[in-house]
Design a binder for this molecule. Structure first.
Ligand SMILES: NC(=O)c1ccc[n+]([C@@H]2O[C@H](COP(=O)([O-])OP(=O)(O)OC[C@H]3O[C@@H](n4cnc5c(N)ncnc54)[C@H](O)[C@@H]3O)[C@@H](O)[C@H]2O)c1
Length: 423
C-alpha cells in the first residue's frame, strides 16, 4: 500500500514515522512548508518530540512540499491545523485546503482518515460533501472517510504515538474495521471501534473540554480562596488523597496550546448552529482567558506596596512557551502577559531557555541582574534554581509565581514578596 500523510507537524510527523517503522508500506508526507520538508528529508526533527527525534535518527520518510507526492495513495491521513479565527469561531480553511488537495487525487477504493481535531459534524457536513463534489464519487460506494482523533501530548516522556489508545469511527462499519486493523498494525495500543463519525469527533472534543472546564474551576477557586486567605495548593493536596472521585487540576496564569483553549470553541460554535447555547463551556473559556490579566494585576498590586509604578520598573518575565520544558508558543498565555507588560511600559526582560528568539537575555542570571520583580509564566525545570537565597542575592523584591512552581516559604524567608495563583 501507499500511505500519504498531509501535514507534518506534531501530529502528522510522528504518525508518518510510526507507519514507516512498523510496516513495509510506502509512506509519503505532504506539507506546504518547504523548510519543514527539507529538515525532515535531512533527518532533522522540526518538532519537539523525543520519539520523532529518535525515529528520524534511524530512518526517514519521503516528503515534499509538492502535493503530487500523494498521488496513488491507498490511505490519506489528514493532520493539518484546526485553529480558531479572531472571533473564536472555527477556522476550517487548512482542513478544507487539505481535502481539496486529496480531492484532486482520490480514486475508487481509497480511504481518507481525519486525525485533526474537529467538532461533531465536520466529516459528514464538510469533508464528505466536498470530496463527493470534487470527485463525482460517492462515499461508502466508492471511497470511505474515517476519523481517528490524535491525542498526542508533546514532551510527554511516557505517552507517545505508539502507546496512546485510539478511537476510530467512519462512514461504514467495514471501513471502521479496515482502518482500525491498520492502526492495530502500527500502534501498540487499544484501538476502539466507534459507532460513527460524529460520535468519534465528539470524544476528542469532550476530552479537551473536560480539561478546560476543570482548569477554569480551579482558577475560580484560586480567586475565591485568595480573598478567603486560603492556600489553594494545600487544599488540592489535601483533597487529592481521596482515593476516588477527585482528580486534581491546578490553577495558573492561563491556558495555552493548540488544543485546550481552542477545541471547546468548536463545540460551542456547532451546538449554537443547532440551537444549543453552551453556557458552562463559554464561562470556562472566559475564566481561563482572564488569567493573564489577573496575574499582571497581582504584579501591579505588589509593586504598589513598594510605591513603584509598573512603568519603567525592571521586570523579568520568565517563561514564554505555553508548556513546561518545551518551546511551543501556540496560544501561550505568557505572550499575552508580555503584551500587557509592554503596554504598561515596564522595563521588560524576557527569558525562556526554550525560546531564544524572543529572549532578551541568554541566562537566568542575566535576567535577574537589576531586576525588581520576576513574573514566572512557565514551569520550566531550569527555573527551579530560583531559590530565596539566589533571588535575594540579586536584589529581587517581588515574585509573582504564575505556575505556583517556586518554594513560597523559602522565598518569604528572605523577606521577598511572594504571590502565587490562589496562594
Ligand atoms: N499538537 C498537539 O499536541 C495535538 C494533539 C492532538 C491533536 N492535535 C490536533 O491535530 C491537528 C494538527 O495539529 P499539529 O499540532 O500537528 O499542528 P502543526 O501546526 O504542528 O502541524 C500542522 C502541519 O500541517 C501543515 N499544513 C497546513 N495546511 C496544510 C494543507 N492544506 N495540506 C498539508 N499540510 C498542511 C502545516 O504546514 C503544519 O506543518 C490539529 O487539529 C490539532 O488540534 C494536536
Amino acid at each position: 500500500m501507499k500511505i500519504a500523510v498531509l501535514g507534518l507537524g506534531y501530529v502528522g510527523l510522528p504518525l508518518a514515522l510510526a507507519i514507516r517503522r512498523k510496516t513495509d508500506y510506502d509512506v509519503v508526507g505532504y506539507d506546504p512548508k518547504a523548510e519543514k520538508v527539507d529538515k525532515i528529508l535531512k533527518g532533522i526533527c522540526p518538532i519537539e518530540d523525543a520519539q520523532a527525534e529518535k525515529d528520524l535518527r534511524e530512518f526517514t520518510i519521503k516528503a515534499s512540499a509538492n502535493e503530487e507526492i500523494i498521488d496513488g495513495s491507498d490511505i490519506y491521513f489528514v493532520c493539518v491545523p484546526t485553529p480558531v479565527l479572531d472571533d473564536y469561531t472555527p477556522d476550517l480553511r487548512p482542513l478544507t485546503n487539505a481535502i481539496e488537495t486529496i480531492g484532486r487525487f482520490l480514486r475508487r477504493g481509497q480511504y481518507v482518515v481525519i486525525e485533526s481535531t474537529v467538532n461533531p459534524g465536520v466529516c459528514d457536513e464538510l469533508v464528505i460533501p466536498l470530496l463527493e463534489k470534487i470527485t463525482g464519487l460517492k462515499v461508502v460506494k466508492d471511497f470511505n472517510v474515517a476519523h481517528c482523533p490524535e491525542r498526542i501530548n508533546p514532551g510527554d516522556p511516557i505517552w507517545n504515538v505508539y502507546n496512546i489508545p485510539r478511537n476510530i469511527g467512519s462512514s461504514s462499519p467495514e471501513a471502521t474495521k479496515f482502518i482500525a486493523d491498520f492502526y492495530r498494525k502500527v500502534l501498540d495500543a487499544e484501538i476502539n471501534e466507534m459507532p460513527d463519525l460524529k460520535t468519534t469527533e465528539a470524544t476528542k472534543i469532550i476530552e479537551n473540554t473536560f480539561r478546560d472546564v476543570n482548569i477554569a474551576f480551579v482558577n475560580e477557586l484560586a480567586k475565591s480562596f485568595e480573598v478567603l486567605g486560603i492556600d489553594i495548593m494545600a487544599v488540592i493536596k489535601g483533597a487529592s488523597n481521596k482515593p476516588f472521585a477527585f482528580l486534581p487540576h491546578y490553577p495558573g496564569c492561563g491556558v495555552g496550546g493548540h488544543c485546550i483553549p481552542v477545541d471547546p470553541y468548536y463545540l460551542i460554535d456547532r451546538a449554537s448552529k443547532s440551537g444549543f447555547d453552551h453556557k458552562f463551556l463559554k464561562l470556562a473559556r472566559e475564566i481561563n482567558n482572564s488569567m493573564p490579566v489577573y496575574t499582571v494585576n497581582h504584579l501591579v498590586d505588589a509593586l504598589n506596596k513598594f510605591g513603584k509604578p509598573i512603568k519603567g520598573t525592571r521586570i523579568a518575565l520568565l517563561g514564554l512557551s505555553y508548556k513546561a520544558n518545551l518551546g511551543d508558543l501556540r496560544e501561550s498565555p505568557a505572550l499575552k502577559i508580555k503584551n500587557l507588560l509592554e503596554q504598561k511600559e515596564a522595563d521588560l526582560i524576557c527569558f525562556d531557555p526554550f525560546v531564544p528568539k524572543l529572549s532578551t537575555v541568554a541566562t537566568i542570571d542575566k535576567a535577574l541582574e537589576g531586576t525588581f520583580a520576576i513574573l514566572l509564566a512557565t514551569a520550566h525545570e531550569q527555573f527551579k534554581v530560583l531559590t530565596g537565597k539566589k533571588l535575594a542575592e540579586f536584589g529581587v523584591k517581588v515574585v509573582i509565581d504564575g505556575r505556583n512552581f517556586l518554594d513560597k516559604e523559602d522565598i518569604l524567608k528572605f523577606g521577598i514578596y511572594y504571590k502565587g495563583i490562589g496562594r
